[in-house]
Structure formats: C-alpha cells, structure tokens
Design a protein around this ligand. Structure first.
Ligand code: NDP
Ligand code: MG
Length: 377
C-alpha cells in the first residue's frame, strides 16, 4: 500500500509537534512530505533531519538553506502535489490563505487553525465545495462532535454542546482578574498548548471561536450550539439528538487522539500510545454554566458570530492583537475584552464575498485594536 503524503503547516508549534509524534507512530501508512514554520529555525532543522520532507518552509527565512521562505512558499506547501492530507496548525488568521489553498486543491484539510474558519467561514465552505476536498477538524471539541455524529442524518440532530475547561481563572474573584499576569494565565489546568490559545482559554474567547467554528463545520444555527464549563476536560463535547438522546465523546485530554482521527476518519486505527481510559481515575465529572461576567470575551465572540458577515473576522483579529498586547505586558487581562469590544463597536459588517473583504476587515480591526490598546495601557 502506498503511503499517504502529509504536509504540516505550523509544524514547530504545539499541535504541529503532536502531529509529528502521531505520524512517527504510523510511518508505515503516512509520509511527511512538507513542513512549514514561521521563525523557529532550530526546531524546523531538527524536524527536517528526522522526517526528510520534500519541501521545508521557514516563512521568515532568508534563503540561506535549501528551505523555501515567504508567504507564497507556505501556500505552495499547502498545495504540494505529494500531499494527500494538509494539517493546518498555524496560529491565527495568518492561516486563512493556506486553508483556502489546500481546499481549492482538493486536499483533506485536517484543521487545527480555527481562526481561518472564524475569519473566512463562507469562503472556506466555498473552497471545500469547489475543490471537492475534505475538511476534518482537529480541535478536540469538534472532533468529538464529528465522532458522536457518526452516520446520523442532519435532521436527527438537535443541539451541539461544546465543553470548556473554564481555564485557570474559573474560580478566582472577578475583582482580581485585572491583576493576573501572563505567567498565571499561561498555566492551563488541563491542556498544554501554544501561548495564544492558552490565553484564549483563560478569557474563553477560545470557546466563542469554537462556537463559530462549529456553526460553519456542522451547519447549525447559533441557537442550537451551546457551551458548558466542564473543568476536568474528560468529555470533549456532546451531541443531543431529536429523540432526547445525548452522545458524548470522552478520554483523558490529549491532542494526539483528535489529530490521529483527523487523519484516519471515518476509520479508527490502533494507536499503541493511547492511554487506556479509567473512569475511576477520571473521578467526578462536573458542569457549570458559562459565567458571562467573568468571561465577557466569550459573550462578545458569540455575538459577533450571530451578527455574521465580517464580524467574526473582526472579533478574531482584535483578539489576536489584544492577546499579543497582554502577553507583552502592555494590557491588563481584563483589557483583552475591552479591546475586542472597541473593534467590534466601530466595525460596519459586510458580507463575506471574497478574500479581500475578509483581509480588509482583519486589517481595520487590527488598527482599531492597536489604538484601543494604546489608550488602555
Ligand atoms: P503554537 O503557537 O504552539 O504554534 C503555532 C505554529 O504556527 C508554529 O509552528 C509557528 O511557527 C507557526 N506560525 C505562527 N505564525 C505563522 C505565520 N504567520 N505563518 C506560518 N506559520 C506561522 O500554536 P498551537 O499549536 O497551540 O496552535 C495552532 C493552532 O491550533 C491554533 O489555531 C490553535 O487555536 C489550534 N489549536 C491548538 C490546540 C493545542 O492543543 N495547542 C488545540 C486545538 C486547537 P514558529 O514556531 O516558527 O513560530
Ligand atoms: Mg478546542
């Protein structure tokens, strides 16, 4: 059997490295054909030495190796002729064009980069249809939903319930949120992830991004997509059916399972490294409503999703700027939602008809967010 070619965009990140760990255990069936990173040359060099891809990209590179550099090279990796599957594990809206390119080229896109779906949802669905490829989520909640859906008909589906850990500040006094440091916010209770998504989990902007992601992936209106806090991160999400039955997908938290499933769907392959589930070790599973006062970024994001058009792109871009500002020490934690709110308030949403519309909204939101950030620091 010939091995399926895999390209990994964002290979040096948290999801990228987990993907390589998964692929190395399944080297008899998959072959890494392209690797792309942004600026981490030493990690990329180690990966190239180990996996010997046909193409390596360092977006910010200066051409001093056999590697390619620049944004165009990232897009070339996304459509590499030897890649059957493209894993998009880039962080942020910077991944949007690669998402579109891979889908236009008819690839199976294993998508971790939820920001691309949030910013350009209608364009992504259009590229999926035009290219005839596949869009399979890596995000654990959406992988859970995909697994729960199985072969059921869309008409049997009633509601999606996304679970959220609630992050490190779930029980902190709301008054103290203004004082939390990046170091505290980066200490996630259940998941080990890249910096941006870890902060998004602490504000729950991540769950708003995921509600929007679910809307586009599964085609449900927003009033049929709920979120619930589940601090143990054992149930990765649930699907409620029309007859009242609810299916949940569970397991100890690891991204390697949803990554493997995105590669093998609709099949399941044996994975020697999978930790056997032990309900006794999982102990109590608890659930709480999302506290809207504690997590204003979640409320803003879901509202942006409901408004539609370019609003989700603006929410995402402003959040990216605000998170970078918080990590740089230029903005208090509570300033993240305030910056997002400023960008949303000044934006006049337009229909997402082409890439330029999304990129213009993204640019405008970043400018507004930078202005708001300067005022709030
Ligand atoms: P990381 O920050 O750990 O990694 C990001 C990767 O993207 C790195 O390889 C980085 O390269 C690369 N990158 C950054 N900017 C660019 C750019 N402009 N062009 C090309 N490549 C770029 O992020 P994560 O792995 O945590 O997250 C990746 C995506 O997956 C995000 O969208 C996140 O929301 C999603 N996700 C992550 C989960 C997790 O467990 N981490 C879980 C579910 C979803 P370099 O290292 O060279 O800077
Ligand atoms: Mg998730």
């Amino acid at each position: 059997m010939s091995r399926r070619g895999v390209a990994i965009l964002g290979s040096t990140g948290s999801v990228g490295r987990s993907a390589l760990a998964v692929l190395s255990r399944h080297a008899d069936r998959f072959q890494v054909v392209a690797l792309a990173a942004h600026q981490n040359a030493s990690e990329l060099a180690a990966q190239v030495a180990r996996f010997n891809p046909r193409m390596a990209v360092l977006v910010t590179g200066n051409g001093d190796r056999t590697w390619r550099s620049g944004r165009e090279a990232l897009l070339e990796a996304a459509v590499h002729p030897d890649a059957d599957v493209v894993i998009n594990a880039v962080v942020g809206a910077a991944g949007l064009e690669a998402t579109l390119a891979a889908l236009h080229a008819g690839k199976r896109l294993a998508l971790a980069n939820k920001e691309s779906l949030v910013a350009g949802g209608p364009l992504v669905l259009d590229a999926l249809q035009t290219g005839g490829g596949e869009l399979i989520p890596i995000d654990s909640e959406h992988s859970a939903i995909l697994q729960c859906l199985g072969a059921s008909a869309a008409s049997e589906l009633k509601r999606l319930i996304l679970t959220a850990s609630g992050g490190p500040f779930r029980t902190l006094d709301v008054e103290q949120l203004a004082q939390v440091t990046p170091e505290q916010a980066l200490r996630h209770p259940t998941w080990d992830m890249g910096a941006k998504i870890t902060i998004d989990s602490a504000t729950m902007a991540n769950k708003a991004l995921e509600v929007i992601e679910a809307h586009f992936l599964f085609g449900l209106p927003y009033d049929r997509i709920d979120a619930v806090v589940h601090p143990q991160s054992i149930i990765h999400s649930m699907v409620e059916f029309q007859d009242g039955s609810v299916l949940a997908q569970m397991g100890f938290p690891t991204m390697e399972m949803p990554i493997l499933y995105a590669l093998t769907h609709p099949e399941r392959w044996a994975d020697d490294s999978a930790r056997s589930f032990d309900p006794v070790a999982a102990r109590n599973l608890t659930f709480e409503a999302v506290d809207q006062l504690r997590f204003p970024a979640f409320v803003l994001g879901v509202h942006a999703g409901r408004t539609g058009g370019t609003m989700p792109a603006v929410f995402n871009a402003a959040n990216e700027v605000a998170v970078a500002g918080f990590l740089a020490g230029d903005l208090p934690f509570t300033g993240i939602a305030a910056v997002i709110e400023s960008a949303l308030a000044t934006h006049r949403p337009a229909a997402v008809d082409c890439l330029d519309t999304v990129l213009a909204a993204d640019r405008e939101a970043r400018e507004t967010a930078h202005e708001a950030l300067k005022e709030k620091c």
